[in-house]
Design a protein. Sequence first.
Length: 317
Amino acid sequence: MIKRAVYSLIDFSSLVIKMIVIISILALAAKGITASINESKSNLNSPHYALITLSGEIAAGRSFSSEKVNPLLIEALDSEVVKGIVIKVNSPGGSPVQAGRIYDQIVRGRESHPEKKIIVVVDDICASGCYYIASAASEIYADKASIIGSIGVISSSFGFKGILDKVGIEHRTITAGEHKAFLDPYSELNPNEVEHWKKLLGKTHKQFIEAVTTGRGDQLKVGKESGIFDGLMWNGVDSMEMGMIDGLGDENTAALESLGELKLLEYRPEESFIESIRKATKEGVTSSAAEYVESYIDDTSKERFAMMMIAKKLNLK
């Protein structure tokens, strides 16, 4: 009985300490978020360049989507104190629909606010739909080792019919509409459907090429014969020689070279409280709390082990 009471006391004290740690983390995160918001608000009234950072797959519902990006562009374009916009990208591409909508917003922004340059700065990669978007900008900068290009359209899948035949499984599909089971991975490929799909991809590819040639204009130094529209990719140095980008540098050097000496202020999409805490934790706002958690785990583990050994030594029942 006494032994169980000792263990219960240990468990209760551990729970209390865990709650204290969690509250500390939330408090530190909230403090860091508030400080960041206050700092941003204080800078909003002075002239600056807007920095919009975009990474990952371009897709609806993601942070790199038109629903998240376009409001930031509009906010920066309509602000009298924003003197230019820097879009920092790091993406292998994604949805042509989302890319097209962001491309169109950049074009509209340049037309309605010709006094504001919109430049794109590439981090590791700007491929496919990402380059679709970048080509609408006033200028594009990248690192000498950045990967640029992949102007093409792809659709890929697997075919499982051979495997099903080998194991003796019959796939059954009932449709209303001759092509409702279009490109069904469990059936043989239909040549007519493949041809139809190739035409669709070809039209999307044509839209991509037109967007790039229109956006880059005379800045593009090579034509179709170079393979630029065949889905290939190049590093930053080769891309600059081809006219796919305008210079080498990061967001700070590019802004200084293209826009002038003003502070970069980051514009971010609205986030939920949980998302803000997660980002704050990732960025190190709660590093002190994390250190406390680590020390707590070490200390309580030792304490719990010591208490268990004492209870065992006394042979408490």
